[in-house]
Each structure stands twice: as C-alpha cells, then as structure tokens.
Design a protein around this ligand. Structure first.
Ligand SMILES: CC(C)(COP(=O)(O)OP(=O)(O)OC[C@H]1O[C@@H](n2cnc3c(N)ncnc32)[C@H](O)[C@@H]1O)[C@@H](O)C(=O)NCCC(=O)NCCS
Ligand SMILES: Nc1ncnc2c1ncn2[C@@H]1O[C@H](COP(=O)(O)OP(=O)(O)OP(=O)(O)O)[C@@H](O)[C@H]1O
Length: 199
C-alpha cells in the first residue's frame, strides 16, 4: 500500500527547500506549484478560461502575466476565489492522476508538495500524514520579501491569503522547524528519512 504524505508550509517557509531533499532521497514528489503552472501554460484550456474571466490584459505574448495577476488576486480574496474556481479543478485532476499511477506501481511513499494543502479543502482526503515546514512569522516575511523582491505590504498580502502557520502546525503529523540554519533543517529531514527507513 502507498503511504501518502502532504508537504506544506506557509509561503516562503522553506517547503521547496525540503522538497528538493526528499526528491534527492529518491521519493516521488507530486508538485502542485509545477502542476499549477502547467495547467495555464500557453495554448491550454486553463489559460483560455483565465483570459475569458479576467481579460486579455493578463496575457503577455500569449503567456499568463503571473506578476500582474498575482498583484490582483493576492490583494483581493474575491478575485483569488474566481481564479481558484478555474485552476483548482484542473490541479486536482492532475494530482489525482499522478497519485493513481504511483498507487498502481505500489510505490511505498509518495509526497504531495502543495502550498495550499489545507486551504484547498480536498487534499487531506487523499493523504495519510502531513509534514509542515514552519518558521516564525518575522523570518517568513523577511525571506519572502528578499526572494520575491516584494514590499512589506505585498508580502503581508500574500501571507494573509493563507492559513496562519500556527494553524498548519496544529494540523501536522511532523513539523520541520526552518527558523534556523539550512544545516539545522537538513538534520531534521535526515532524521525523518532515517526513522522511515527511506535513506
Ligand atoms: C496568482 C499566480 C498567477 C501568481 O503567480 P506567481 O508566479 O507570482 O506565484 P507562484 O505561483 O509561484 O506562487 C508563489 C506562492 O504563492 C502562494 N500561492 C499561490 N497560489 C495561492 C493561492 N491560491 N492561495 C494562497 N496562496 C497561494 C504559494 O505559497 C505559492 O508557493 C499563481 O500563484 C496562481 O495561478 N495561483 C492559483 C493557483 C493555485 O492555487 N496555486 C497554488 C498551488 S496548488
Ligand atoms: N534555513 C534557511 N535560512 C535562510 N534562508 C532560507 C532557509 N530556508 C529557506 N531559505 C530561503 O528562503 C526562501 C524561501 O524558501 P523556499 O523557496 O524553499 O520556500 P517555499 O515554502 O517553497 O515558498 P513558496 O510557498 O513560495 O513556494 C528562499 O529564498 C530560500 O533560499
């Protein structure tokens, strides 16, 4: 039987950093952020639906202008809901397709890496356990501003679109504290891999 783990965290708390280590250890990772980009790639029905709903203003040279759409939806929950009404079913179908393949291959452990794992409302039903990568809020905001070149207001707006990290931590099977150095975080992940006999 395949054991399915959700991997999540707050925006910029270090989920991708941990996910890369799990992949390097040979675990199959279904990456919701990658799928979210694929379903709105040029020429897809997803992109057509976005253009129809939000206007061609959000397309540049036939591609989704992610920065412009992000500025709209991360500052306006109603617009984010409109976007998710298009993207969520497409993402969900692809995650389920990949998961079904892994189950058929009887892969022992599969990871679903999804920033909005809890908020999406459907992923918990597919998973057995959840790993949450957490930092304190000040560290999260600082790293988000630095990585995405965002103002404090823009960073806060993105953080406010997600569950607070304490609430995610309260729902976790395992918490990885990424508030310290990369090496300290790595140690926690290696310990988990050891415990699961996955190294
Ligand atoms: C609004 C979009 C175009 C902005 O693109 P951009 O390249 O600037 O950001 P990117 O997609 O890399 O996301 C960065 C981070 O923002 C956060 N985020 C993205 N979508 C959401 C959302 N629907 N709700 C809350 N946070 C979100 C996540 O932490 C994510 O890791 C894009 O995020 C999008 O299409 N979102 C809707 C699809 C979705 O729900 N994706 C979440 C993964 S399943
Ligand atoms: N322990 C750490 N110390 C310093 N910087 C870190 C640490 N962990 C991650 N970072 C940096 O913080 C930023 C956010 O990390 P990462 O991209 O892994 O977050 P994420 O949770 O995947 O973000 P998102 O939700 O946007 O996908 C990156 O620039 C990364 O290099």
């Amino acid at each position: 039987m395949t054991e399915v783990w959700g991997l999540t965290g707050g925006i910029a708390t270090g989920k991708s950093t941990v996910s890369a280590w799990l992949k390097a250890a040979g675990l199959p990772v279904i990456d919701a952020d990658v799928i979210a980009r694929e379903v709105v790639a040029p020429g897809t029905p997803g992109l057509q639906q976005i253009a129809a709903a939000f206007g061609r203003l959000y397309l540049t040279a036939g591609e989704l202008d992610r920065k412009k759409l992000g500025q709209l939806v991360f500052h306006d929950p109603t617009q984010l809901k409109r976007l998710e009404a298009i993207t969520t079913p497409l993402i969900q179908t692809e995650i389920q397709r990949q998961l079904a393949n892994y189950r058929q291959e009887k892969v022992p452990v599969v990871i679903i890496d999804a920033p909005t794992f809890f908020e999406s409302g459907y992923l918990e039903a597919f998973t057995d356990h959840v790993m949450v990568v957490a930092t304190d809020v000040a560290t999260q905001k600082c790293r988000l501003m630095a990585r995405n070149q965002l103002s404090a207001d823009d960073a806060q707006a993105r953080m406010d679109r997600q569950w607070p990290i304490e609430k995610k931590v309260a729902h976790a099977t395992v918490v990885i504290d990424n508030g310290g150095t990369i090496a300290e975080t790595r140690q926690q992940v290696v310990k988990w891999l050891d415990m699961k006999n996955l190294k």
